[in-house]
Design a protein around this ligand. Structure first.
Ligand code: ADE
Ligand code: ZN
Length: 338
């Protein structure tokens, strides 16, 4: 008999919360270190994985950023994007809107052009090879200054055709969304779509979610499930059809649980819940694994997962025509399954 895991893996879906730098698998890390003549403290994949001892977002980020020093040339960024897109295509992903953190590279001397031109080449190669489409969302690191974010936005303008949106990630502690209000207002006038991380169980999570919805007026929200603390905000999000990019396996690493109760509660109330992998190389699960893990934990049916997949296309930033085709492909997949 077919399992919900097999259903999840073949289900056509979009991935909307994926950090390219979070797809750096230990094997590729060793390969890039060798290529660039960089000495790593760990000798084996097991030794690298042993450093993945996360208890919260901050302890995760303390491992995540230092690993990026192996990314140096445009080829390195190309290979990272290509490897991720190959894996995503094997798990039913038709379209990805993926984050990249240019400041994690420009702050250590790697030029913006090197980063984005490498990622762009990986996207084009994967599209040619697997038919998967991908867009880039430039994330500002919220623990850097608003001035640095604005300068990064200016640096990105010549590449606007390669960037669909602007996001905000990294450590939320002491870095609320209003710190970047001006940068995001400017990004909007420059024609970018907007999204922001509202990470799980942060100090002031609900206040930050309120700001993101009512002041910044984002087009989507990343994580954001602490919204259940304020029913009026839930109603507002549902009324707007606002997409939530949840990441169950990631949640179970940076908090004690997947937050499946909150995710499923919002889904049942009609919020546009999507399921995503966040940093799959670190949390041990790509997007199909996240669908399966949530289904197994919360006893979801194939029809529930199909609803989540349809949500992913509904709140993705694709053309209306492609949206209709991809939503129809989910219905067709569900029909052949049942
Ligand atoms: N950078 C990479 N993953 C992140 C997450 N889940 N939250 C904030 N910043 C991140
Ligand atoms: Zn994230």
């Amino acid at each position: 008999m077919s399992t919900i895991r097999e259903f999840a893996m073949g289900l056509p879906k979009a991935e909307l919360h994926l950090h390219l730098e979070g797809t750096l698998e230990p094997e590729l890390k060793f390969e890039l270190a060798r290529r660039n003549g960089i000495e790593l403290p760990e000798r084996t994949v097991e030794e690298v994985v042993a450093t993945y001892d996360f208890t919260d977002l901050t302890s995760f980020l303390a491992v995540y950023y230092p690993a990026m020093r192996v990314l140096v040339t445009a080829d390195d960024f190309r290979d990272l994007a290509y490897a991720y897109l190959t894996k995503a295509a094997s798990q039913g992903v038709q379209h990805v809107e993926m984050f990249f953190d240019p400041q994690a590279h420009t702050s250590r001397g790697v030029p913006f052009h090197t980063v984005i031109s490498g990622y762009r080449r990986g996207i084009l190669d994967a599209r040619r090879e697997f038919g998967i489409s991908a867009e880039l969302i430039l994330c500002m690191l919220r623990d850097f200054s608003a001035e640095y974010a604005m300068a990064t936005l200016m640096e990105a303008l010549p590449y606007r055709d390669w960037i669909i949106g602007i996001g905000l990630d990294s450590d939320e502690r002491g870095n609320p969304p209003e710190k970047f209000a001006e940068v995001f207002a400017r990004a909007r006038t420059e024609g970018f779509l907007l999204t922001m991380h509202c990470d799980i169980d942060q100090v002031g999570s609900i206040d930050n979610i309120r700001t993101v919805l009512t002041q910044i007026e984002v087009d989507r929200i990343d994580h954001g499930t602490n919204i259940v603390e304020d029913p009026a905000l839930v109603d507002l999000a549902i009324e707007r059809g606002l997409g939530f990019t949840t990441c169950p396996i990631s949640n179970s690493f940076v908090t004690a649980q997947m937050k499946s109760a909150e995710i499923v509660d919002l889904l049942r109330r009609g919020a546009k819940i999507t399921v995503n992998s966040d940093d799959p190389a670190y949390f041990g699960g790509y997007v199909g694994d996240n669908y399966a893990a949530l289904a197994e934990q919360a006893d979801l049916t194939p029809a529930d997962l199909a609803q989540i997949a349809k949500n992913s296309f509904e709140v993705s930033w694709i053309s209306e025509r492609r949206r209709a085709d991809l939503i129809a492909s989910v219905d067709a997949y569900l029909t052949t399954w049942s």
